[in-house]
Design a protein around this ligand. Structure first.
Ligand code: PLP
Length: 361
């Protein structure tokens, strides 16, 4: 039941996880002290941390030749970690520019490597915004890696297929799509994600790094951001974000109880279909993205008459449908429908949208 939170974050957490965390924040495993007061070197904490890693490995079917790292600094921390870790200062790297977050990643990478080659980007088509087809990409043979963001959180644009033509190791920013559906991890060199959408609190990141990409960090790379050091230290080179690690572990357990990523993927597909069908079947609402490139996690939509935006948001909020205001860069509305959003939330949203349309069309 309402309220339902359609915000893009920071953290989107299932109610069951929050309830458990509340209790364990007071007393962890009956110890009488908070989970936040336990040393990260305490065997019980280490065991919890290792279980979180193991659960994530299971959920994503991460092969053994990949490290699962729990890093500081959120998604943007990885924007700088990636080039410093796996490219040399004189190297060329390929980036697809599929939206705002890709653009930020490109600008960060430019600080650490000689050449960031933008292989392609957004295009306008009669059916809406899309990403340039892979056949048009200007890939470089000598690229140290290829970076893209499969789900652009702000633009609501997604690349649903893993680009096959790319020879360089694939690096993917999955901040807003990780764990939302099954994924073939072995196709990637690195998968990373700021934790705060489908995993846990902000300021934290997961990096899944193939072993052959270790040992390449630039000598000037920051040690806390060094994948090789963090892999060796089991992500405890310095004090990790114990709160985020702990809470992420609870989310992984919750995901397993829900039936894992296959089950999540089915629900997420139904949520997205329902919302896009509602938008497409009306002249009152509009989504600007080509149907093949629509995000299943972040659904931006515009009202035909934007003078009704404020009314829409106010009335939605009165019904407990929260966080629908679009990102400040693009305006309009945006419904973020991460794993923690149940189908019932989207059902209520579309009911409200139809109702609002009837009253104002
Ligand atoms: N990448 C994507 C796809 C995102 O959606 C975000 C944040 O929303 C980021 C990167 C940046 O994450 P952070 O704010 O943790 O640095």
């Amino acid at each position: 039941t309402a309220p339902f939170n359609f915000s893009a974050g920071p953290a989107m957490l299932p109610g069951a996880v929050l309830a458990r965390a509340q209790e364990e924040l007071r007393s962890w495993r009956g110890s009488g002290i908070s989970v936040m007061e336990i040393s990260h070197r305490d065997p019980a904490f280490m065991q919890m941390a290792a279980k979180a890693e193991q659960d994530l490995r299971e959920l994503m079917a991460v092969p053994d030749n990949y490290q699962v790292l729990f890093m500081h600094g959120g998604g943007r921390g990885q924007f700088s970690a990636v080039p410093q870790n796996i490219a040399g200062q004189n190297d060329t790297v390929d980036y697809l520019n599929g939206g705002i977050w890709s653009d930020f990643a490109i600008r960060e990478a430019q600080k650490y490597v000689a050449r960031v080659n933008v292989v392609g980007g957004l295009i306008d088509t009669p059916q809406g915004r899309a990403i340039a087809p892979v056949t048009d990409w200007q890939l470089r043979d000598d690229a140290a890696y290829f970076h893209y963001c499969p789900n652009e959180t702000v633009d609501g644009i997604a690349l649903h297929t893993i680009p096959e033509q790319v020879q360089a190791p694939l690096v993917a920013d999955m901040s807003s799509s990780i764990l939302s559906e099954p994924l073939d991890v072995k196709r990637f060199g690195i998968i990373y994600a700021g934790a705060q959408k489908n995993i846990g609190p902000s300021g934290f990141a997961i990096a899944i790094v193939r072993d052959d990409l270790l040992g390449r960090a630039q000598t000037t790379a920051s040690t806390v951001m060094d994948y090789t050091v963090q892999a060796k230290e089991r992500s405890m080179y310095n004090t990790p974000n114990t709160w985020a690690w702990y809470l992420s572990g609870l989310v992984f357990e919750w995901l397993k109880e829900q039936g894992g990523v296959a089950a999540m993927g089915e629900v997420n597909q139904r949520k997205a279909d329902l919302l896009y069908q509602t938008i497409d079947s009306s002249e009152f609402y509009r989504n600007p993205v080509h149907p093949d490139y629509r995000s299943k996690m972040n659904v931006p939509f515009l009202l035909a008459d934007d003078s009704l935006d404020a009314d829409f948001l106010r009335q939605a909020e009165q019904q407990g449908l929260l966080g629908l205001k679009g990102h400040r860069y693009v305006g309009g509305m945006r419904a973020s429908i991460y794993n923690a959003m149940p189908l019932a939330g989207v059902e209520q949203l579309v009911e409200f949208m139809r109702d609002f349309e009837q009253k104002h069309a």
